[in-house]
Design a protein around this ligand. Structure first.
Ligand SMILES: NC(=O)c1ccc[n+]([C@@H]2O[C@H](COP(=O)([O-])OP(=O)(O)OC[C@H]3O[C@@H](n4cnc5c(N)ncnc54)[C@H](OP(=O)(O)O)[C@@H]3O)[C@@H](O)[C@H]2O)c1
Length: 245
């Protein structure tokens, strides 16, 4: 893709301060896409330091588990931007507990952020997306949305749900310009889930394979720009499927 091709395109990236989100923002900006970055922190975190440039993006602090926060975000952006080209639902949480330890708050948090927020953002933004020539809603799923796993029922339920939502909307909009995509993703070297990045670095030393946030963001960009890319894209590190089934 030529850099200039994407000039004038506007993307929303949720979880923009996270491992995958910040790599994706960087990649999009390098390709001339203006990024509306959404994360919880009042101001951009250290992952976004050095990336933020007023000409290339704008930052919004939104708690995506709060529906009224999403409504306010929509009101703020709909007066500033007359179209949205890409919605990347990246924000997510991994609460890994057995059912005896899983609280109703853990459950609601997982479903609210991983499933309800992508649903509600999509619903709110349909009108602005339909004003783009090449609209894409891109959801970050997980192998845990395909393979069940003991001790991860809340996370699996949210990602199985996100997969169902995305594949159903792809059908619902098959005669529309809006393209729905799901990245069914294996383990990535970020601070996501239990134990954070230190735990992952430790497991890597024992031979577990991880994708890098940069390779994931490249795969996302490639699929977003290819109008013929399949709805579901699977991207796993070596050995991923076997180890989780
Ligand atoms: N890493 C993996 O192995 C992996 C594998 C498969 C799928 N995924 C999916 O990839 C996505 C991104 O994961 P990641 O690895 O980049 O994890 P990450 O580094 O933990 O990023 C998640 C981002 O979401 C933000 N966030 C959390 N709660 C939020 C809320 N209520 N409102 C707004 N933003 C919120 C986080 O902000 P804070 O930093 O403030 O918490 C963080 O910036 C997730 O959907 C995850 O399920 C990850």
């Amino acid at each position: 893709m030529e850099t200039n091709e994407q000039n004038g395109k506007i993307a929303i990236v949720t979880g923009a301060g996270g491992g995958i989100g910040s790599a994706l923002v960087k990649k999009l900006m390098e390709n001339g896409v203006f990024c509306i970055m959404v994360d919880m922190h009042e101001s951009p975190n250290s992952n976004l330091a050095g990336i933020i440039d007023q000409n290339k993006g704008a930052y919004f602090s939104v708690d995506l588990t709060d529906i009224s926060g999403i409504d306010k975000f929509y009101d703020d952006i709909s007066v500033k931007y007359d179209k949205i080209d890409f919605l990347f639902n990246v924000a997510g949480i991994g609460i890994y507990k057995k059912i005896g330890d899983l609280t109703i708050e853990d459950w609601n948090h997982s479903i609210d952020l991983n499933l309800t927020a992508p649903f509600y953002l999509t619903k709110k933004l349909i009108y602005l997306l339909q004003k783009s020539d090449t609209p894409v809603v891109f959801n970050i799923g997980s192998g845990m949305g395909v393979f069940p796993m003991a001790g991860r029922s809340a996370y699996c339920a949210s990602k199985f749900g996100l997969r169902g939502l995305t594949l159903s909307l792809a059908n619902e909009f098959k005669n529309d310009r809006i393209k729905f995509q799901l990245l069914t993703l294996g383990s990535v070297m970020t601070g996501f889930g239990a134990g954070g990045i230190d735990s992952r670095l430790g497991l890597q030393k024992t031979g577990k394979q991880y994708l890098t946030p940069e390779s994931v963001s490249e795969r996302i960009l490639e699929a977003t720009m290819d109008r013929n890319s399949p709805t579901e894209i699977k991207f796993y590190p070596e050995g991923y499927r076997e180890e989780n089934t």
